[in-house]
Design a protein around this ligand. Structure first.
Ligand SMILES: *Cc1c(COP(=O)(O)O)cnc(C)c1O
Length: 368
């Protein structure tokens, strides 16, 4: 490595640990020459995108010579209608990850601190360090966010607090009441980013009503995505809901054409495909049951999850089991980088995929 160039980077970037994505199927095919590979590693939708999204993409193909609508007018209208917010409260992102980056770029300097939980989503430290701000990591309680501890960590330097609800990779869910209380207690100089990438999977019993809070918290940014429940991870569409003031700031730093034409039309169509969403939620709930029953049969413990994935406790190196599963053509996610070296994160698959995984896991546990 050219050390001179390395030393020219900001300290935060020098110390930044790059995001490690789930292993792509094609990569494992190349490496091991396997053909029947299943990937339960990136919380993608196992039933794929919906028919309406695919039809919208096909219709839009002929228009690809033109730049996309940089304002995302039509998708924003659809979101506005669905969630009863005004278009001025919406910021579209190239995946919701882009929203996380926009908020960091717009609001943080090296003088600021950012508070988030241990075991929280890996993108928070990346966006924090890339702008030179200081990450303040608060120890988790029972794998979930310790909101009281996080509040205690907020100082007059804290400009952003990230909360993932449900959290990835742990699947833990905070009560709406506790989150609302937390945001109320924040100083109004501190922005709360409420990352709800998995909110569609949360059961109606625990109904998420964070959008209501936008009326009283101008410092709240809710981020959501089309990558998980809507099955459009490959297109990269996410959105932020906030006060119009916050959306105005985020839209200033956003690249003008950050969402491509196909992504815009597919997301809009997906939003109106209630049947696909309900089927996704149904497959997820039954798959979650199937996997946890399977863990029980193997005498394994897991962390109760509100998302479309589950963390299983292997009581030994997750990386070793991960490698053994790879050789059987099953890609899951090691979470040692989240300080969870004995767990693996399993995305819920179809019934058939879950069966393949459980069988491979049982064989692997018998052999290591
Ligand atoms: C998957 C995920 C996201 C964002 O994914 P995008 O594809 O960028 O929308 C954001 N937050 C959490 C916690 C996630 O797990």
């Amino acid at each position: 490595m050219n050390n001179t160039i390395y030393n020219l980077a900001t300290i935060g970037v020098q110390q930044l640990i790059p995001y490690k994505a789930g292993k792509p199927i094609e990569e494992l095919e190349r490496e091991l020459g396997l053909t029947e590979i299943i990937k339960l590693a990136s919380n993608e939708n196992p039933i794929g995108p919906g028919k309406k999204a695919i039809a919208a993409i096909q219709q839009a193909l002929a228009g690809l010579a033109l730049y996309p609508d940089g304002s995302g007018f039509s998708l924003k209208q659809a979101l506005s209608k669905k969630y009863s917010v005004s278009s001025e409260q919406i910021t579209l992102g190239n995946g919701s990850n882009e929203l996380l980056e926009l908020v960091a770029r717009a609001f943080l300097t090296p003088a600021h601190e950012v508070v988030f939980s241990q075991h929280a989503f890996a993108v928070y430290p990346i966006v924090t360090q890339s702008v030179g701000a200081k990450a303040v990591v608060v120890p988790a309680i029972n794998y979930g966010h310790d909101l009281e501890g996080m509040l205690a960590a907020v100082t007059d330097k804290t400009r952003i607090v990230f909360i993932a609800n449900p959290n990835n990779p742990t699947g833990t869910l905070l009560s709406q009441e506790s989150v609302e209380r937390f945001i109320s207690a924040l100083p109004d100089t501190c922005i709360c980013v409420l990352d709800e990438a998995y909110f569609e999977f949360v059961s109606s019993l625990e109904a998420i009503d964070s959008i209501e809070w936008l009326k009283k918290f101008p410092n709240l940014l809710i981020t959501r995505t089309f990558s998980k429940a809507y099955g459009l991870a490959g297109l990269r569409v996410g959105y932020g809901l906030s006060s119009p003031e916050m959306a105005d700031i985020l839209n200033r730093v956003r690249q003008p054409f950050n969402n491509n034409t196909l992504a815009l039309v597919a997301a809009e169509a997906a939003l109106n495909d209630e049947e696909h969403l309900q089927e996704t939620i149904r497959v997820n709930a039954s798959g979650m049951l199937q996997l946890t029953e399977g863990f029980k049969a193997l005498s394994l413990e897991w962390i109760s999850s509100s998302g479309n994935f589950v963390l299983v406790d292997l009581k030994k190196s997750g990386q070793v089991i991960y490698d053994a599963l790879l050789r059987k053509g099953v890609i899951v996610r090691p979470v040692g980088n989240y300080e969870l070296p004995h767990h693996l994160r399993i995305s819920i698959g179809t019934e058939a995929e879950n069966n393949v995984f459980l069988k491979a896991l049982a064989e692997t546990l018998n052999n290591v």
